[in-house]
Design a protein around this ligand. Structure first.
Ligand SMILES: [Zn+2]
Length: 293
């Protein structure tokens, strides 16, 4: 028999094995990205009858029921994650499925900024204050709710113009500084800023660099940050609804003009807010941004 004939005869066996491994109502990976850029997040969806567990890049995944027999989990990679493959596993009882998600390098741009030296070269009391406030933010991100607090799609917190993309390498007063970990949306001072979705306020404070700041926990380690507000109308511990006005656009903290710095963190990973909207946003959110992504 020719080698071609042998190869063809192998096909029914392969198909049979695949069929046995994924019967129609058993565990199935319905949706999983083949790749994620640095600082991006996505939804993983599985079909299962019972309790689903799993992991991604060495950390546990938290599945939540989405529809009958369908479960979802969020995965994200940090802005500065090393490119390369990451393993994903999902399990239901004894059955385990595996996939690979490739983390890809994203071409983040450069931003030149000139700011008052006292906001950049921190010394003395200002430096101590910034360190205390960094610790305050870290503590605010510890006690997330173990279930999603939202049901509906995520909203753009305001309409405006993108003036600073997520991930920019920043050259401030001629020196390389930290990466830009949020999205800057410029709008006139006093423009209302709304909660991107339902959640609990875990921080509402006036901070040195971030200015008047609100952080919301949406459950499952998903947090949204609203910085440089003129004022805010919510307090820590308050449960608020999607679309509620939580503050007004301002220039408080280290800001060179009125804008909202909108940040998103998923279980410690700094992710692009636009990636949250791509994954879970309301229809038509791009129309709210004048420099479209
Ligand atoms: Zn910013």
């Amino acid at each position: 028999m020719s080698s071609e004939g042998k190869a063809l005869r192998g096909w029914p066996l392969i198909l049979l094995v695949v069929t046995l491994a994924t019967p129609a109502l058993g565990l199935q990976l319905r949706s999983c990205p083949a790749s994620l850029g640095q600082g991006e997040m996505a939804v993983v969806e599985v079909q299962a009858k019972g309790k689903v567990t799993g992991g991604f890049a060495g950390e546990p995944l938290f599945f939540f029921p989405y529809a009958p027999d369908l479960y979802r989990a969020l995965i994200g990679v940090d802005l500065e994650a090393e490119p390369g493959p990451r393993g994903l596993q999902v399990a239901e009882g004894e059955r385990v499925l595996r996939a690979t998600v490739m983390v890809k390098r994203r071409p983040f741009g450069l931003q030149r900024l000139n700011l008052p030296p006292e906001m950049v070269e921190l010394r003395g009391e200002a430096l101590r204050r910034v360190r205390r406030e960094k610790a305050l933010i870290r503590r605010a991100l510890l006690g997330t709710k173990p279930q999603p607090l939202w049901r509906r799609p995520f909203l753009l917190p305001l309409r405006g113009r993108i003036t600073g993309a997520f991930g920019l390498q920043r050259l401030i007063n001629g020196r390389f500084r930290s990466r830009h970990t949020g999205l800057d949306i410029a709008a006139p001072e006093g423009t209302p800023v709304v909660a991107t979705n339902d959640g609990v306020v875990v921080l509402a404070s006036s901070l040195y660099l971030e200015g008047n700041t609100v952080i919301m926990d949406h459950g499952l380690g998903l947090y949204s940050f609203y910085l440089h507000l003129k004022e805010f109308f919510v307090k820590r511990g308050q449960r608020i609804q999607r679309g509620k006005v939580l503050g007004l656009v301002g220039v408080s903290g280290r800001a060179s003009g009125p804008h909202l710095h909108w940040g998103v963190v998923l279980r410690g990973k700094r992710v692009d807010p636009l990636s949250l909207l791509e994954a879970l946003g309301e229809q038509g959110w791009k129309r709210g941004l004048s420099r479209r992504p």
